[in-house]
Design a protein around this ligand. Structure first.
Ligand SMILES: [Zn+2]
Length: 425
């Protein structure tokens, strides 16, 4: 059905590999937000040469932005020759730190056995490169298309997206009538359409005590023991309750198809840089950070109230128990209608390119879709891209070249279908 388009993409295989290699070689590590501007300009220059109108948007005033580490985003738009819908591809250019355990240079973009290795190869410079190749092939094939094509390279996804998609969404870049369909080429596997993600609520709990000499603990009040009592209630009351909360969301992996809670950190008493010298003190403070992931069926207020209820219960039952609760981060779950045009178009294209039905999934963790849906008020958004999700953030991260090529075909075919839906806005 799209033989000529697909042949054109096949012919761009080397171009695609060179593009992802160039992207990996910008060490866009976040934090702190290294090399954002040259990477954004690289994308802008390339798309400008293909007739796109290119603009740069620095997220001044957002967390992390500074003269040394500017939060530079790039948006490129090309109008068709007739009015019609706009299809937008959004990729984050930031990557997490390389970490230990690599057998290749994480920023050299080594090609070996049909794979490109490097930090961000999978998450998500491979997806961004495939989207650009898809768009470029489309423009050569259909120069007289109706509507508009957009590609954005955004920052800070790994740290919440406030300086990236969140910032652009506040300016209207992800709202109608400017944009109709958004595809985020995150690494969800080449045959899966990701329609949303679970919600997240991070909070810090501090228990208070009273400092005293460690040899006479009865004269003080131990904040760590109070925290222990809180953990005990989490174990005996909250975990069993969370395990009962199942979802209709098709979350992968299967284990995340329920409410979950992680204890991210706990600290009480002597400071973390304790050097081994004794300091006989009863701790007067203990802090714990929790990471609660919740379901579309759950009310975010209830998610918070469950924790408050445990803490208030202890306040009632346990002598001297006192606490403070601070919200660190909160994002509600999102789930695009499985019948939405962008879901249908990408699913049909997957079936055409790969010869097997597309799987619809929901991500256990959040990504930039939250800003597009909540701030931009655009429901018609999905994640689709090459790369194996489990490899993201790991040492020796890679993306398969065949998968990149296949996903570029899927994105191009889906875009054609979406641009043809001018009457269906
Ligand atoms: Zn990502």
């Amino acid at each position: 059905m799209h033989d000529s388009l697909f042949n054109r993409i096949e012919a761009k295989r080397d171009d695609l590999v060179a593009l992802i290699q160039d992207l990996i070689r910008f060490p866009t590590v976040n934090p702190p937000g290294e090399a954002y501007t040259p990477c954004a300009e690289y994308l802008g220059d390339r798309l400008k040469a293909r007739g796109f109108e290119v603009s740069y948007h620095r997220a001044e005033g957002e967390p992390g932005d500074s003269a040394r580490y500017p939060r530079t985003n790039v948006v490129a738009r090309r109008e068709g020759t007739k009015p019609g819908p706009c299809v937008h591809f959004n990729g984050h250019i930031d990557v997490v730190a390389a970490g230990q355990g690599w057998t290749v240079d994480p920023f050299a973009a080594v090609v070996r056995d049909g794979k490109v290795y490097g930090r961000g190869a999978c998450d998500m410079k491979g997806g961004l490169a495939a989207a650009i190749i898809a768009v470029e092939a489309l423009l050569e094939e259909n120069p007289d298309f109706a509507g508009a094509l957009e590609v954005s390279g955004t920052v800070d996804e790994e740290s919440g997206g406030y300086g990236g998609v969140g910032y652009l969404a506040k300016q209207g870049f992800f709202s109608r009538p400017r944009v109709d369909h958004v595809i985020i080429p995150e690494p969800l596997n080449v045959d899966r359409v990701c329609i949303g993600h679970r919600g997240v609520w991070w909070a810090e709990v501090e228990t208070h005590g009273r400092i005293a000499h460690g040899s006479m603990p009865f004269l003080g009040d131990c904040a760590v023991r109070h925290m222990g009592a809180f953990l005990q209630r989490i174990e005996t009351e909250l975990y069993p309750a969370l395990a009962q909360k199942r979802t209709e969301m098709p979350v992968v992996p299967e284990g995340a198809r329920q409410s979950t809670l992680n204890i991210n950190s706990i600290h009480g008493g002597l400071s973390e840089d304790f050097d081994g010298l004794p300091a006989p003190l009863v701790p007067d403070s203990c802090r714990l950070v929790l990471d609660r992931r919740y379901l579309i069926e759950e009310d975010p207020e209830v998610v918070k109230q469950e924790i408050i209820d445990l803490l208030e219960g202890l306040k009632h039952d346990r002598e001297g128990f006192d606490y403070a609760l601070r919200e660190v981060l909160a994002f509600q779950p999102t789930m695009t209608d499985p019948e939405a045009p962008v879901v249908r178009a990408v699913s049909a294209a997957i079936e055409e390119v790969l010869g097997r039905p597309a799987e619809q999934v929901v991500s256990p963790g959040t990504y930039d879709q939250k800003h597009i849906v909540r701030v931009g008020q655009l429901e018609n958004c999905i994640a689709y891209g090459p790369g194996i999700l489990d490899l993201a953030h790991q040492p020796d991260e890679y993306v398969g070249i065949d998968d990149m090529v296949a996903s570029a075909k899927v994105m191009a075919a889906a875009t054609l279908a979406l641009l043809g839906e001018a009457g269906d806005r």
